[in-house]
Design a protein around this ligand. Sequence first.
Ligand SMILES: NC(=O)c1ccc[n+]([C@@H]2O[C@H](COP(=O)([O-])OP(=O)(O)OC[C@H]3O[C@@H](n4cnc5c(N)ncnc54)[C@H](OP(=O)(O)O)[C@@H]3O)[C@@H](O)[C@H]2O)c1
Length: 309
Amino acid sequence: MRAIRYDRYGGPEVLQLVDLPQAPLAPDEIRVALSHASVTPLDCKLRAGLLKAHFTVDFPKVPGRDGAGVVSEVGPAVTDFAVGDRVCLLARHGTQGSYASERVSYADDLVPIPGGLSDEAAASLVNAGLSAQVSVFETARIEAGMKVLVHAGAGAVGGLIVQLCRHLGADVTATCRAANRDYVRALGAARAIAYDTEDFATLRDQDVVFDLVGGETHARSYPVLKKGGQLVWLVAAPVVDRGAEYGVEVTRAMIADRREPVEAILTMVAKGEIVPQIAGILSLAEAAEAHRRMEAGEVTRGRLLLATG
Ligand SMILES: NC(=O)c1ccc[n+]([C@@H]2O[C@H](COP(=O)([O-])OP(=O)(O)OC[C@H]3O[C@@H](n4cnc5c(N)ncnc54)[C@H](OP(=O)(O)O)[C@@H]3O)[C@@H](O)[C@H]2O)c1
């Protein structure tokens, strides 16, 4: 099998394409021939050593949090999946990642891909979809008529949050770069505010702000909320909780690897209720270039994928 690995923290250049021997399967294990993996900001932060305080990286490390492909072999104790099933997978923290031509998984980490959905679409939706589903349905509990501001509305997670909130009947405003205004409006935002030319902080009376940026953007989001509103944040730049001062609830969306939110978002996409967002596709050998683009802020309008097959 081919995989991308790194054996020390560093820049994108530490990512190396290697050939690895195929591991034998334990009775309850499932081998997935991967066609695509997504490149997430977390992959880059882990590789750069920015998350040493939170996550242990066992070197050599194969990066990647998710992927899509087909079951190529099952252990004798496996009952839920069979060879030929199309699946997407969650690669849990501390396990081998998905920047590889195949990966060994357990049934709990696999979600069937609904008919009609491509591998590319599925791969773009696993980690980003999990984050968006949990944030919208479990953390913020968005309802029809709510006024919602979504920061980073053109990103992989933010774009899905925009679509989910619109689907639920919320009144959505999103921030994005000026060139992406039309894009986020097409996703369902009633208003798009360009972070590079406009000031979102003049908004008022929002029920919920989704903060996927942190830092200064987080700090400037408090006056935008009505009293009793909710500021939902995902881990990005560090934040300072000023909820008590402004009379708002500040909640971190806790994104744990679970199949159910992924199943839910795949079903919504299969029904045509929301659309997948794919920023581009590079080859597995171009993983370092993918990380360089992500760290340079060049990845926009969804997930960048690696074709791993
Ligand atoms: N477990 C967790 O807490 C968790 C889970 C998932 C994601 N996250 C974090 O959430 C963040 C977004 O993740 P992602 O996967 O959606 O990343 P992404 O696809 O790379 O999107 C990032 C987006 O940020 C936007 N952006 C940059 N600066 C901005 C600003 N000042 N104001 C508004 N938008 C700005 C960019 O918009 P333009 O393209 O329009 O320039 C870009 O599309 C990352 O920091 C990630 O680590 C945390």
